[in-house]
Design a binder for this molecule. Structure first.
Ligand code: DX5
Ligand code: ZN
Length: 215
């Protein structure tokens, strides 16, 4: 069954700990944490200090999505703060293998992602070296955007590549996931769905998460 990773970017930050506990109770598999630097993307969000403090609230894996320039400078700090998976954008790294190995050497899982306008071939050769491939179905920066259906072939391409490697590599999809677009993403081969607004803007978190796992 597909895994669901609620993105806390859509949560109520005045009670972040409670929000995380609530989605855990509601059936979340991972907690997706969106880190933005106001440089690679036009928004500012969470840093390692907050990650460390929310680490106490749950034992669910922390799936940390780094939307920051020069991510290699901050890897240790996010791992020390409690990240279980650290995903970097191909657009932000000069030497992807070096960054991936640095993350894995620290005992963390490494993920690689790309913007909607970046073709899959930019990451293809590195897929065998990572634990997770993330396909963005919105331009990174904000929650609550519309799922870009034109990314479906890219999800399928990633699925094919992962299947050809025959190793456990997660295929995650992020942006505009709801009870309808989740079906498109799953049919294309996704096995982890990130969901911000669909979960946190719904009164019933359990229902919202179970809808994504259905079909
Ligand atoms: C976008 C972030 C996403 C986003 C998901 O930059 O990486 O994780 O917050 O939110 P929704 O599901 O509302 O599109
Ligand atoms: Zn994200």
């Amino acid at each position: 069954m597909v895994l669901v990773a609620p993105s806390i970017l859509s949560a109520d930050f005045s009670k972040l700990g409670e929000e995380i506990k609530a989605v855990e109770m509601a059936g979340a598999d991972w907690i997706h944490i969106d880190v933005m630097d106001g440089h690679f993307v036009p928004n500012l969000t969470i840093g390692p200090v907050v990650v460390k403090s929310i680490r106490k609230t749950t034992s669910l894996p922390f799936d940390v999505h780094l939307m920051i320039s020069n991510p290699e400078k901050y890897i240790e700090r996010f791992v020390d703060a409690g990240a279980d998976i650290l995903t970097v954008h191909i657009e932000t790294v000069e030497n992807p293998l070096e960054v991936i190995n640095k993350i894995r050497d620290l005992g963390c899982k490494a993920g690689l992602t790309l913007n909607p306008d970046t073709p899959f071939k930019r990451i293809s050769e590195f897929v065998s070296e990572v634990d997770l491939v993330l396909i963005m179905t919105v331009y990174p920066g904000f929650s609550g955007q519309k799922f870009k259906e034109e990314m479906i072939p890219k999800i399928s391409e990633a699925r094919k590549k992962i299947d050809s490697i025959r190793r456990d590599i997660y295929l995650e999809v992020d942006g505009g996931i709801n009870d309808k677009t989740s079906i498109l993403a799953k049919n294309a081969g996704a096995d982890v769905l990130v969901a911000g607004n669909h979960v946190f803007k719904n009164k019933n978190y359990e229902k919202a998460i179970s809808l994504l796992k259905k079909h």
